[in-house]
Design a protein around this ligand. Sequence first.
Ligand code: COS
Length: 394
Amino acid sequence: MNDSLAWPFFDDGHRTLARDLNAWAANQLGADDAAADVDQVCRSLVALLGEAGWLRYCVAKEYGGARESIDVRSLCLLRENLAKRSGLADFAFAMQGLGSGAISIGGSDAQKRKYLPEVASGKLIAAFALSEPDAGSDVGALAATGRREGEDYVLDGEKTWISNGGIADFYCVFVRTGEAPGTRGISAFVVDADTPGLEIAEKIPVIAPHPLATLRFSNCRVPAANLLGKAGSGFKLAMQTLDIFRTSVAAASVGFARHAMAEALSRSVSRRMFGQTLGDFQLTQAALADMATGIDASALLTYRAAWSRDCLGVPATAEVAMAKMVATETAQQVIDKALQLFGGLGVKSGMPVERLYREIRALRIYEGATEVQKLIIGRQAIKDFSAAAGEAKK
Ligand code: COS
């Protein structure tokens, strides 16, 4: 089977990036330690990734980045290859990008100069605060508010499932400012973590631990200068940010699935039973065939989506949704099959397949659950059909 780096989606810079990263990661990253304090581990990983220069891929060159503008194929290669070794390293990398994405896309030059170079060096930790207890998939229903008072906005309400909650230095927060009903009345603000009125209401433990919290805003006053883009444009800004980072969730899933595949193959050639190896059974070969094909299909959709945005200059929202849906769902199946090949050993705490089994689950939910991706793809198919039918009538 050919090396996916040979695919036409990549240029030589991408190939070098992936090889350099893999060489670095082999030296610098160990398996995640389940007993460690994840807040501390993630702080250290952001610093490590920053010192090594990898976080420079999260921002544009003008603000300390590695490439002219954010290159989705690079983000994806980084996440795929970090995820192969360490879920927390992938997480730490991804959140620097997602957490600062709204600044990169909608921020003023002053906002970009203040935050982005520090994100790229790992000196400031970023977070994206969109979801609420009663508004996850339905972003247009969010209820936290921002009301204008003179030169400030005063924020009130709760944000939950916030990755990096508690360790972030700043949050890109989306609140209802009421310019219009629904999605047209939402604005985004950058809020420093030490702003009075912002507190961590709850740290949330999850099956694959990482820094996660509920934030509470009570009379939290931020200067109007912290508004990202125009008042009322926050929903679009959130969607544009997700158009970039959902593709990278797909790439991380490919990385997790590749790790599971490697574990499954090594088990298949070493485990003996009934006088032969596990890999000699056609049932095992069938499982491996499904896994290998699923991984390639996921990688092709992922890099097609990334390439579309980088090279065609279109948002490619539906292509991104296809990649996110297929790669996350497939990775879950691949990991489950790998775990099955390990038998009882597969569910033993600390085994790589056991860790992957817990780690992949959230990716089918966060940054738009599979069901949301289906909505996006289905709506786009109808839109394209209607547009083509309209053209044909002319
Ligand atoms: N880029 C730019 N603009 C976009 C956009 C995108 N990707 N997606 C939608 N918009 C625009 C639409 O064009 C529309 O603009 P107008 O008001 O000018 O007509 C507006 O935003 C509203 O779009 P839409 O009608 O599609 O909004 P819905 O309320 O139906 O929501 C979904 C659409 C469900 C797709 C959206 O709410 C979503 O992605 N939800 C999941 C959120 C998520 O990922 N949460 C996890 C948070 S991070 S862990």
